[in-house]
Write a new protein. Structure first.
Length: 249
């Protein structure tokens, strides 16, 4: 389906269908999220102030992010090229779409829309450890950007944490990855026995291919966002072991 993909958020252009879609998605995900998301995500959702009745305002959301961690949102029409994306992370800037899927695409959409980008990704940017990981991940990616073979390997870390990560909390696996939080299919699938849950392990993460065309067969479980932050030098070291001969100085 073709979407109108704005490069600025003009709130007056949202249609009744847009509000209805946001409300339906929000009200449908919320029970799953309340039952299975990390308490850090739930606290963050509260701080960022989203609700079912209102499509988030980017300006207001940026104000709240600025207050907590100094991050900001910027509107992009669609997925941005990797280099641009990583560079934005280094500047504490999260690129997000501001358009919503159509009613007939409620369960599945081919590319990320605002519900994924904003409901899924943005709340945890008020958490300083999570936000610190995002920025340092961007810096690490920019360090490796001229070694093209390294980027898809490094992208696996982003995939298995920021998109599809689980967090071990009070003896239970809880979700925090945006790809799970924003997806009805993933929230219903993630805790079934048919998917594998693997403790956080950089080497394994860097060498595990991921699927973009199906529900996830493997999820990695972290202990804390601090663990992720602290792993950045190790990720760098392991990339050096794998790609050192190709490093461009
Ligand atoms: Fe995403």
């Amino acid at each position: 389906m073709q979407h109108n993909k704005p490069t600025v958020q003009d709130y007056s252009t949202y249609t009744p269908e847009d509000f209805y879609v946001w409300q339906l998605l929000y009200e449908r995900q919320l029970p799953f999220v309340q039952a299975s998301a990390s308490e850090l995500y739930l606290a963050a959702l509260d701080k960022i102030g989203f609700n079912a009745a209102e499509i988030p305002h980017f300006e207001e959301t940026t104000k709240r992010l600025q207050h907590h961690t100094g991050w900001q949102l910027t509107v992009v029409p669609e997925l941005v090229p990797q280099k641009e994306f990583f560079e934005m992370l280094t500047r504490k800037t999260f690129p997000a779409t501001c358009w919503l899927r159509a009613l007939e695409e409620l369960d599945y959409i081919e590319e990320p829309d605002m519900f994924h980008d904003v409901f899924g990704h943005v709340p945890l940017l008020v958490n300083s450890a999570y936000a610190g990981f995002m920025q340092n991940f961007g810096k690490l990616a920019m360090k490796w950007i001229d070694t093209p073979e390294a980027i898809p390997v490094l992208a696996r870390v982003y995939w298995f944490t920021i998109e599809f990560g689980l967090l071990h909390e009070n003896g239970k696996n809880k979700i925090f990855g945006a790809g799970i939080i924003s997806s009805i299919g993933e929230t219903q699938h993630v805790f079934k026995d048919e998917s594998q849950k693997v403790p956080f392990n950089i080497r394994q993460m860097l060498t595990t291919e991921y699927r973009i065309d199906t529900l996830q067969p493997t999820y990695f479980v972290i202990d804390s966002f601090e663990q992720l932050c602290n792993a950045i030098p190790d990720i760098d070291k392991q990339l050096e072991q794998i790609f050192s001969t190709q490093l461009i100085h």
